[in-house]
Write a protein that binds this ligand. Structure first.
Ligand code: KG4
Ligand code: ZN
Length: 341
């Protein structure tokens, strides 16, 4: 039962085809280059770029999947949350395709799709929930940082989220202060590899707080003051690497400590993680070592599926259809501020 899905919530235009858990295609066109010169995503440019790219990306996904439009049995799109203009392009296009093909349409919550993306593995990629286990899921990217308790497939409860900046936003803003190109997360990851994470003691916001919320703006401000008072650290390669490693260590420690604490408190034995920041090697290693130490199972989204993609939207829509979910109206509007229930 091939299902076609569109994802256009932020700065990746992506179209995927899934059939009974198998990801037949996951075409992604990233706009990173376009936004890099502005130091961040420009919403209006993102929307126009989605409009330009969506059909070519969709054609390429259908070609990769080796299917014609007449074989599509259902259509899905990210309905929210995200940038309004960007969401509109994918949602309205998907509703139009569903209308033309007379197939059911499903509007999907982007965060919900991230939650289940760690269960897609292998070559070819397959979404497999046969060995699903209740877990605490860390969803961490440029736009979101949240901890969610996932009780069963499609049943979850938001535990906490960031009160201000997302973790990826913190990487990006600190990088900007250091003069690194946007998005700075991958660059900080690379530079930190040979830096000293103990060179500078930056704050670990809310690390000892018993709640599940995060806060990263104080860390960013502390780095800003540090760089203002010690501009010389950016004059040497070692100085730059040490700042990167120290900032990364602060972010990673907070993410790992809070995820593990919530898992223990809830008596769960499994942690999953997804979202762009889950590409970070230090975060992946830190989660792996703490899970090995505590005998916890760890399911990390594959690198290619950490950043935004339509495969996770398609897979979530397919799960919902299997569970008997009703189709979304073809008149349904975007939900730019849709929170996870
Ligand atoms: O999931 P994503 O593509 O888009 C959002 O929904 O935000 O995540 C992008 C974010 C950016 O903030 C980027 O700097 C961060 O993920 N990121 C990383 C790494 N790769 C991407 N942060 C740290 N280390 C990385 N390797
Ligand atoms: Zn995302």
């Amino acid at each position: 039962m091939p299902l076609l899905a569109f994802e256009t919530s932020c700065d990746e235009t992506s179209v995927a085809v899934v059939d009974r858990g198998r990801i037949l295609a996951n075409a992604v066109s990233s706009q990173i280059q376009l936004h890099a010169e502005y130091g961040g995503v420009v919403p209006e440019l993102a929307a126009r770029e989605h409009l330009r790219n969506l059909l070519p990306v969709a054609r390429s996904a259908l070609a990769d999947a080796g299917i014609g439009t007449e074989e599509i049995e259902a259509v899905a799109a990210t309905q929210g949350p995200g940038l309004p203009g960007a969401l509109l392009v994918g949602l309205k296009a998907a509703q139009a395709v569903a209308f033309a093909l007379r197939r059911p349409f499903l509007g999907i919550n982007h965060h919900e799709a991230h939650l289940y993306s760690p269960w897609i593995h292998g070559r070819p990629l397959v979404a497999d929930f046969a060995d699903f286990e209740p877990n605490v899921s860390l969803v961490v990217s440029g736009g979101h940082t949240m901890l969610v308790q996932v009780e069963s497939v499609l049943k979850h409860r938001l535990l906490g989220s960031t009160l201000d900046d997302a973790a990826g936003e913190c990487f990006d803003k600190v990088g900007k202060l250091m003069g690194l190109p946007y998005p700075a997360g991958p660059e900080i990851d690379r530079l930190a590899e040979t830096g000293d994470p103990r060179a500078h003691a930056f704050p670990r916001p809310l690390i000892d707080d018993p709640g599940d919320d995060f806060s990263f703006s104080g860390l960013k401000t502390s780095v800003r003051y540090f760089l203002r008072d010690h501009p010389e650290v950016l004059e040497t390669e070692k100085g730059i690497r040490d700042v990167c490693a120290s900032v990364q260590a602060a972010i990673v420690e907070v993410l790992v400590a809070k995820t593990v604490r919530a898992t223990r408190r809830l008596g769960l034995r499994c942690i999953t993680a997804s979202g762009g920041v889950t590409c970070n090697r230090s975060l992946r290693q830190a989660l792996a070592s703490v899970c090995a130490r505590d005998g916890l199972r760890l399911e990390l989204a594959e690198r290619a599926l950490c950043t935004d993609n339509a495969a996770m939207i398609a897979m979530t829509a397919e799960q919902k259809l299997r569970a008997g979910a009703a189709a979304t109206s073809l008149d349904a509007e975007i939900e730019p501020a849709w929170t996870l229930g």
